[in-house]
Design a protein around this ligand. Structure first.
Ligand SMILES: *Cc1c(COP(=O)(O)O)cnc(C)c1O
Length: 395
């Protein structure tokens, strides 16, 4: 029988296993040399100055909010089409999340709407923006940075879907997601469905040294052992807890896995793009099937190769029918995302269905098809066949 086909899946190689075993046989299970090695390699991969490895992507978001001093007075704009953690991190610190609707073509935070929101409030009303490179589609951060500078805002880029993704700025320069040139902080996740898998894991990248130092402090209980930063020094045992931090560390074992996976990141990305091109070709003339436009295509550029294809999303009117049809054939497509503002928690804060019509319409039609480097050609053709079968015949 055919194996079930999920929408996303990790790939663990012999080299990955060997790397983890080597760490198990070395001196450190946690906070050894592999954490720093993974951070350095990741910073280099995305082109940022600093990287801080943490327990998971949600911890990364929380640490960013802490480093940016989010508190009860802070209002932050984000997209409803994201994993809820992008918004929750502000709530952890007591701040207010203000959702803004998405662009109907790219399903990314709608810059024009954000501009209108900023201009309709007094200066200082909003403190920051959390754009999301949704599905691997890189946000044009240059545009958002200009807006943020006009209104004195910080930017946390949720780049969980886009390690290796990039966009071209107005000079035609390639700008990697998470490179720190536009966002103050960028975050990544190493959950198994993401490009690089460590089981649980996350990373923050930045070019800002002051923020970097705060992240290090908050990652480990707010404690420092750096004599230069301490207020007192009682002897070699001495350390100081200077802030209320957390234990958001990631162990060496997992960093060994991440470091090994990172060596194959470009290979995986190339395969994801090839899978996307095959889907594009197969569906381009199928009436009743829509796709999510890339940001580059929406801007009229021919080259959309900066898309990191965490997801390949189609839009179809009878989404539930197609979802069930695929399931009957053991193809486990997924829906990304249920708009965050419609979750009971956010409804209790005053949001309701109808607030963000573009996001809600998108949600009613979207389906993420299998997209991962080890998806075989034969499996992908089977997926395509079953999608077309349903769209043509309704069965
Ligand atoms: C996965 C994900 C997160 C959270 O990452 P975890 O490692 O699961 O905590 C946050 N934002 C987005 C967009 C994600 O996809």
């Amino acid at each position: 029988m055919r194996k079930a086909i999920p929408y996303g899946k990790q790939h663990i190689s012999e080299a990955d296993i060997a790397a983890v075993v080597a760490t198990l046989q070395a001196d450190f299970l946690t906070q050894g040399p592999t954490v720093a090695a993974f951070e350095a390699a990741f910073a280099n991969y995305v082109g940022a100055k600093y990287a801080v490895a943490v327990a998971n992507g949600t911890a990364a978001l929380h640490l960013c909010a802490l480093a940016l001093n989010v508190n009860q007075q802070t209002r932050v704009i984000t997209t409803p089409i994201t994993f809820v953690a992008s918004a929750n991190c502000i709530r952890y610190c007591g701040g207010e999340i203000v959702f803004a609707d998405v662009d109907p073509n790219t399903i990314l935070l709608d810059t024009n709407l954000v501009r209108q929101m900023l201009e309709s409030k007094p200066a200082g009303y909003y403190a920051g923006l959390i754009p999301v490179d949704f599905g691997g589609n890189p946000v044009n951060l240059q545009e958002l940075r200009e807006l943020a500078d006009q209104h004195n805002l910080w930017i946390i880029e949720d780049a969980c879907h886009a390690p290796g993704g990039f966009f071209y700025d107005s000079d035609g320069t390639k700008q990697m997601c998470g490179n720190g040139n536009f966002a103050d902080l960028s975050i990544f996740s190493f959950h198994p469905v993401k490009h690089i898998a460590t089981g649980e894991g996350g990373m923050i990248t930045t070019n800002n040294e002051a923020l970097y130092n705060k992240l290090l402090l908050y990652r480990t209980h707010g404690i420092t052992k750096d004599p230069e930063l301490m207020q007192e020094n009682h002897g070699p045992w001495y350390m100081e807890m200077q802030e209320l931090g957390y234990n958001y560390r990631i162990p060496d074992i997992l960093c060994a896995l991440g470091l090994s996976q990172l060596q194959r990141a470009e290979e995986g990305l190339t395969r994801r793009k090839a899978i996307a091109r095959t889907y594009d070709q197969a569906f381009k003339d199928v009436a009743g099937l829509g796709v999510v436009q890339t940001e580059a295509a929406a801007l009229g550029a021919a080259d959309d190769t900066g898309h990191a294809y965490h997801l390949y999303i189609i839009r179809v009117q009878n989404r539930q029918g197609l979802y069930e049809h695929l399931r009957r054939h053991q193809i486990y497509a997924q829906v990304h995302y249920i708009p965050a503002h419609t979750m009971p928690y956010y409804r209790n804060l005053g949001y309701k269905p109808g607030d963000f019509p573009v996001a809600e319409k998108y949600y009613s039609e979207c389906l993420s098809l299998p997209m991962y480097p080890t998806l075989t050609e034969e499996e992908q053709l089977f997926v395509i066949e079953k999608v077309k079968e349903f769209v043509f015949n309704g069965r």
